[in-house]
Write a protein that binds this ligand. Sequence first.
Ligand SMILES: *[C@@H]1O[C@H](CO)[C@@H](O)[C@H](O)[C@H]1NC(C)=O
Ligand SMILES: *[C@@H]1O[C@H](CO)[C@@H](O)[C@H](O)[C@H]1NC(C)=O
Ligand SMILES: *[C@@H]1O[C@H](CO)[C@@H](O)[C@H](O)[C@H]1NC(C)=O
Length: 766
Amino acid sequence: MAPSVVLLLLGLLSSVGSLPPPRTSFLLNSAGRPLVHFSLPDVHNTTTLLLSDDGSTLYVGARDAVLSLDVSQSDAIVLKRKVSWSPSETEIQDCQVKGKNPTVDCPNFVHVLQPINSTHLYACGSYAYSPHDAYIDTESFSMVQHGSAKGRCPFSPFQRNTAISIDGELFTATTTDFRGVKPQISRHFSKHKRPDVSQDLSVSLLEEPTFVSSSSDPAERKLYFFFSEVGKEFSFVDELQIARVAQVCKDDVGGQRILQKKWTSFAKATLLCQSPKQLPFNVLQDVFILQPPEGSDASETLFYGVFTSQWSSGPESAVCVFKLQDIRKAFTESYRTFDMQTHQLSLLLGKHSYLGKCGLDNASDSELTEVKRSFLTSSGVKPVTDGPFVVSSGQQYSRVAAMRTEAANGKQYTVLFLLTESGFLHKVVLFDQGARVIEEIQVFTQPQLVKNIVLSSTKGVLYVGTSEGVTAVPVASCSSYRTCGQCVLARDPLCGWSPTRRVCTGLDSSPDTMVQDLENGNVEEACPPETRTRLNTEVSVHLNEAVKLQCLKPSNLATLTWTSPKYKNLSEKLFFQSCDSSLSFFATAATFGTYRCEAEEDGYKEVVMSYTVQQVASPRSMSPKPNVDESYKDIATEEPLTPMIQPAEDPGDHLIEDKGDKFTTSFKDETISKNEDSELKDNFQDNGLNLTVTSRKETQSWKERVDVTCKEKSYYSELVVVSLLLAICICILALGGVYLSRQSKTQVKINPLVSPDAGPELKVVD
Ligand SMILES: *[C@@H]1O[C@H](CO)[C@@H](O)[C@H](O)[C@H]1NC(C)=O
Ligand SMILES: *[C@@H]1O[C@H](CO)[C@@H](O)[C@H](O)[C@H]1NC(C)=O
Ligand SMILES: *[C@@H]1O[C@H](CO)[C@@H](O)[C@H](O)[C@H]1NC(C)=O
């Protein structure tokens, strides 16, 4: 068996113990989870985001423009200023002559937006494949073009880079050439008459890196850059990706004879993110820096990294969290050294305490010679939890943000926001028993090559920048939980039930009286008994009409049951329950009566809908005015994870759109005209209720149609499939193992990767 096949199967293995499905799902623009969008017809690719310190202004780098947006109001994003910044005709022609597409590649895509001093922003853009930079006065929003910015941001609009400004100096990690193959970490605009410093290019310090993020460590006067690159220390595996953190010292001025104007402090370490006996998650997608709580030491700073695996056969990702303390430690320990003859990295023996230190400006030539070739630490940085604490099979997470919040009981919780490639934001809470996805919120419909998220924890808003605009997502929408039961079951640390006001609301007001049970979600204990009786909906129909009663799940994890006081159980002879949980039957003397739809989740039962079906009094007055509670209106229960969900013209209602509504409605003695029919339909839909009336003849095809159209996606059935696949894989693996052991002569040096004894470290060829 080819090793790649072995790897593929092992990739599949790691899908065990994955995140449970999201509890609730909100499609784009659903009324239950309002978002604020900002877009302008002439502004595109609003992908670089920078939030002002006070959280009231969002600076946005777009295509050929930089904007400042007023985000001080929670319900609106207002354009404050806009400055155009585009290449000239000739510059675009030059770009085109070099083989680039004038509309796709040659506009100016802003890659860097950083505050450079108290009055100005620094901006760097791809500028017709010829990076340029500029200063922008934050008050007047006037721009002063600076000039060519080669080495400060990429030529390509699509290549990732990172930049951070500290005390007016700019530290960048980017490629520096047209083809985008020469990476460079450097300091620009150096103060105190010291030179700008960059990487020593006589040794290959970075191998095809993709830069993801950067962070400053003021106490150690260091900067960290996060990226993935090709791991050259593993010469036996081609193109093996490795996630890394690199350090440089903020005040490095380079050596005196050796390493002149080059970093004497550059070093890199591997970031490990691997479950025991699994292939590593080795490709870093994003890093979020969570400052420690007030009063804690800076060494408690956490780095949340989203990883994917280069061996995954499907969408799969993991989150690992690293502590600053452990990153610092990795750079003070032992190093590997690059052997100029063999071009391999081997363990450096003996004590070299100067490696990884700041202040080597006056170090001896022999020390700097050693520094030059010893830039990789021998041990990697292990995550706080020793492995990933979130693993998701089925989701390709690409961006992460994290916040700490204090729950009603005074306990601190971490809430993660993970953006999927397909445009859903997953809100994940870490409980003692594991992580749960408490909501998923769709924020865009077209997959985005370039996107960014920024969290304003003070304002409780997450901003998502894409090619289409900027979207503000409130971190919580407590009012979407209409009952105490739903509020408690949600287990959202940001929401609690107020017994006095009888609403689910944020914790800002008197948290000690709020009802919450985050660890167990035990409604019976937390909530006062029966806080709300559901309104009954009266439905009037003719004899022998088909009736369809809708019931929407309050959450993806709830199961629904229909009951009627008239029947012990609703027999299949008379009643048809379709996969969208609606109940259908023919109106007869036997079936007139009351029906209740009950949701059960975590052992807690709640009546979601209650209908009384009765015979219509006069033939024409058949339109019931159902007084339907809309609490569950916008919560999607069908295929919440399907990435291809169409943006509906009428997004508020399309989730409960009746798939069977194409049928004409006919009655015994009269036929309602098409117009009336659609009016009728609209009426029902306006009330969040769908009631389809069809003639008996059409029932058969109608049933089939319902069956075909509402393909309910069951995670559990998927689980079963995955388990089956697993069983098959294990068999194949066992066979493969036999095969491989027979072929021991040609044994691939892949084993250390997956051997439990090898630990999370990959084996190195010495
Ligand atoms: C900030 O930087 C800009 C651009 O270099 C400069 O024009 C301006 O005077 C600086 N402002 C302060 C307060 O230093
Ligand atoms: C390095 O030497 C220069 C003079 O040669 C001195 O000014 C500077 O303070 C020294 N730096 C360190 C870190 O010792
Ligand atoms: C810019 O936006 C367009 C769609 O408007 C998209 O196709 C393109 O990929 C975006 N480019 C970048 C660099 O984000």
